[in-house]
Ligand binder design. Structure first.
Ligand SMILES: Cc1ncc(COP(=O)(O)O)c(C=O)c1O
Length: 430
């Protein structure tokens, strides 16, 4: 097999990123036979600190919250602590603005059902064709409630442009629902610019941060959004989701709850039991990120800022920078294999993407590419990536779609090259 390795790796400038010590914290990355996880957009692996937190919760306090005995009080404390740490993770001012639940989709549905009840004359909702269908179909379902829709469309350069949002906004716009980063193409959207325009006409902004979460700094203040949803399983935690909303808006949101639950966040958006052990895992995932920030501070010098938030920002900034080098190398490999790259493909625009890339080889079916990779011990995915509207735009059939490789910070340049070698071989035999 020929090799795709780059003799002058673009990685050199990021040699300080502590990739080996980070990888050593993820047991799944060291199993036999070895396996390369490049399907992280569908869920990432978890570090030992998260496994320990889940395990400890199940062993020490696997009971219902709200009781007067020690174990139950500890569950209450675990949830409160997780709320605080997720609030810091998002730069939220108030932990009561964080709600825990099953996943992102059910939170989008919960908020959309509530907004559907309060549309009145402001009844227009703006959705995008770049988004995961969870943040499109849920809003479109409000047609029954009298909602009207406007489409903010991706340009052919693979991204959404705030200038294109502007003419869609009016005094009738109730909400703009858009993604921060595309789970299919990896494009990062300028959501702060979009929020500024939306707020100028009095509209609200609902952000899907599910795909952006593992790749860069989340900041509800900088995004200036009104709601934001995220999934733990993409950010090195078990399956669970969380919602952030501005307290004043959450207070007004008409949600389903039993009469004995006060009409206040977060309880009013958390009816029923969620998975406490996974919430404990999410808290530990934030600690994992914080610990990375602390270790980077120790290398950079002790004069660096010391708060939990500062550590998180430092860690996620380093992750983003390291991941840019993975994106550049993946783009180079795909070009060398003659693949069609969907989305942001130019090196000089690498800051506009995360290392999630959709592509197709000239003649080989997506399923055959992923099966060949699987035989080589590499996990990637083929299909529509829950973005049927994008598939249509690219002229692709939904049942075959694209091939997607999605890296995160624990992936190495060697893994990228292993993927490249298999792909090059496949492309040569087309
Ligand atoms: C961008 C994006 N939004 C929404 C979702 C749906 O998230 P969940 O599975 O937590 O409902 C996903 C899942 O992959 C996603 O990538």
């Amino acid at each position: 097999m020929s090799s795709i390795s780059n003799p002058t790796p673009v990685m050199d400038r990021h040699s300080k990123f502590p990739i080996e010590s980070l990888r050593s914290q993820f047991p799944a990355l060291h199993r036999t036979p070895p396996f390369t996880f490049f399907d992280n957009a569908a869920g990432a692996q978890v570090p030992q600190i998260v496994l320990d937190a889940v395990n400890q919760h199940l062993v020490e306090r696997n009971v219902q919250r709200g009781g007067r005995y020690r174990h139950s009080r500890e569950v209450d404390a675990t949830i409160a602590r997780a709320r605080e740490s997720v609030a810091v993770f998002l730069n939220a001012r108030d932990p009561s603005e964080i709600a825990f639940g099953m996943n992102a989709t059910s939170f989008i549905r919960l908020v959309s059902l509530a907004i559907g009840q309060t549309l009145k004359e402001r009844n227009e909702i703006i959705v995008t064709d770049l988004d995961h269908e969870a943040n499109v179909a849920t809003w479109l379902a409000l047609e029954r409630e009298g909602a009207k829709f406007q489409w903010w469309k991706m340009r052919d350069d693979g991204n959404l442009h705030p200038e294109d949002l502007k003419p869609l906004l009016s005094s009738k716009t109730r909400l703009v629902a858009c993604t921060v980063a595309s789970n299919a193409l990896g494009s990062i959207v300028d959501v702060a610019a979009a929020a500024k325009l939306a707020h100028e006409v009095g509209a609200e902004v609902f952000l899907d941060c599910v795909h952006y979460g593992p790749h860069a700094v989340m900041d509800v203040v900088a995004f200036d959004c009104d709601y934001l949803v995220c999934s733990g399983y993409k950010i090195f935690s078990p399956h669970m989701g969380f919602l952030w909303g501005r307290r004043k808006l959450l207070e007004k949101l008409p949600t389903f709850r039993e009469d004995f639950i006060p009409d206040e966040p977060p309880g009013k958006i958390e009816a029923g039991t969620f998975i406490y052990e996974n919430v404990a895992g999410m808290d530990a995932a934030v600690s994992y990120v914080e610990n990375l920030g602390k270790s980077l501070r120790d290398t950079e010098g002790s004069s660096q800022a010391n708060s939990k938030r500062a550590h998180i920002v430092r860690a996620m900034t380093a992750i983003r920078s390291y991941e840019e080098s993975l994106s550049l190398e993946l783009l180079r490999i795909l070009r060398a294999c003659g693949a069609t790259i969907y989305g942001v493909a130019e090196d000089h625009r690498v800051h506009e993407r995360v290392p999630t890339l959709c592509f197709n080889l000239k003649k080989t079916a997506p399923a055959r590419v992923t099966e060949t990779m699987s035989d080589a011990g590499i996990g990637i995915r083929d299909g529509h990536m829950y973005t049927p509207r994008l598939m249509k735009r690219f002229g692709l059939r939904q049942d075959s779609g694209v091939v997607r490789i999605s890296a995160v910070h624990y992936n190495t340049m060697e893994e990228v090259h292993r993927f490249g070698d298999v792909l090059l071989d496949l492309s040569k035999h087309e």
